[in-house]
Design a protein around this ligand. Structure first.
Ligand SMILES: C[S@@+](CC[C@H](N)C(=O)[O-])C[C@H]1O[C@@H](n2cnc3c(N)ncnc32)[C@H](O)[C@@H]1O
Length: 212
C-alpha cells in the first residue's frame, strides 16, 4: 500500500474534483462558497495547498487577487487550465516552505489541508501562517467534520494521534492517507492567545474557522 500523501494527490489529480459532486454535500459546499466569497470580498490572499483550484475559482469572484500554491505540479496544471474572475498566480511550493511565499497579502486560506498536516507539525504551520498576514489580516480554514457512516473509516492511528484512512483510486491502487479530525475545542486551542477573534462554524460535513 502506498503511504506518501504527495504521491496520492498526484495520482488523484484527474479524479480529485469528483469529491465535490457528492449529493449530500452540495448544500455545505454552497454554504462554504457563500462564506468565502463574503469574507474575501475585496481582499488579496495566499491560498495554501490550492489543489485543482476548485475554491480558487469561487473565491476569485470576489477577491482582488490570489497567490495559490501546492506541492503537486499535476494539480496545478489543472488549476492553471481554468479561467478566473480576478488575477491568480500559481506556484509549486510546500506548506513547510510557507516562509518562502510572497508577502503583501491581506489574508490566507487553507481548504482541506489542515486535516492532512501531521498533528505534531501543526504548531509550526500555525506560526508560519500567522507570519504571512498583517496584524489586521484574516486567516480562514475549512475542512471535514467526522460523520459516522459517511466518512471513510479510520484504518490506523499513530503515536502522535494522527489517523489514517485506506483509500483506493481509479487506478486500482491502495493508499494509506493521513486524515485527522478535530473537535472545535482542539481547533481553537491552536489559535488561542495568538489571534484576537476565533469564529468556528460547523456544517453537516464541514467546519470553517475564521481568524481575525
Ligand atoms: C484535500 S486536497 C485540497 C485541495 C484544495 N485546497 C481543495 O480544497 O480542493 C489537499 C492538497 O494538499 C496538497 N498538499 C499535500 N501536501 C502538501 C504540502 N506539503 N504542501 C503543499 N501542498 C500539499 C495536495 O497536493 C492536494 O492538492
Amino acid at each position: 500500500m502506498h503511504t506518501d500523501i504527495i504521491q496520492y494527490y498526484k495520482d488523484r489529480a484527474e479524479e480529485y474534483e469528483k469529491v465535490y459532486l457528492k449529493e449530500e454535500r452540495q448544500e455545505g459546499i454552497a454554504q462554504i462558497t457563500r462564506y468565502l466569497q463574503e469574507w474575501f470580498l475585496g481582499k488579496s490572499l495566499i491560498e495554501v495547498a490550492c489543489g485543482t483550484g476548485f475554491w480558487t475559482e469561487r473565491i476569485a469572484q470576489t477577491a482582488t487577487h490570489i497567490y495559490g500554491f501546492d506541492i503537486n505540479p499535476a494539480v496545478l496544471d489543472i488549476a492553471r487550465s481554468k479561467t478566473y474572475a480576478s488575477p491568480v498566480a500559481f506556484e509549486v511550493l510546500s506548506y513547510e516552505d510557507l516562509p518562502k511565499a510572497p508577502f503583501g497579502y491581506d489574508a490566507l486560506y487553507g481548504g482541506f489541508i489542515w486535516s492532512h498536516i501531521p498533528r505534531e507539525k501543526l504548531p509550526a504551520f500555525v506560526d508560519s501562517c500567522l507570519r504571512k498576514v498583517p496584524e489586521s489580516g484574516m486567516l480562514v480554514f475549512t475542512d471535514n467534520t467526522w460523520v459516522a457512516g459517511n466518512s471513510t473509516p479510520i484504518y490506523h492511528t499513530d503515536q502522535h494521534g494522527n489517523t489514517y484512512q485506506r483509500r483506493t483510486l481509479e487506478n486500482g491502487e491502495d493508499y494509506l492517507v493521513l486524515k485527522n479530525y478535530f473537535s472545535r475545542e482542539e481547533l481553537e486551542a491552536f489559535w488561542k492567545n495568538r489571534i484576537q477573534k476565533i469564529e468556528y462554524i460547523e456544517l453537516d460535513y464541514f467546519w470553517l474557522l475564521k481568524l481575525t
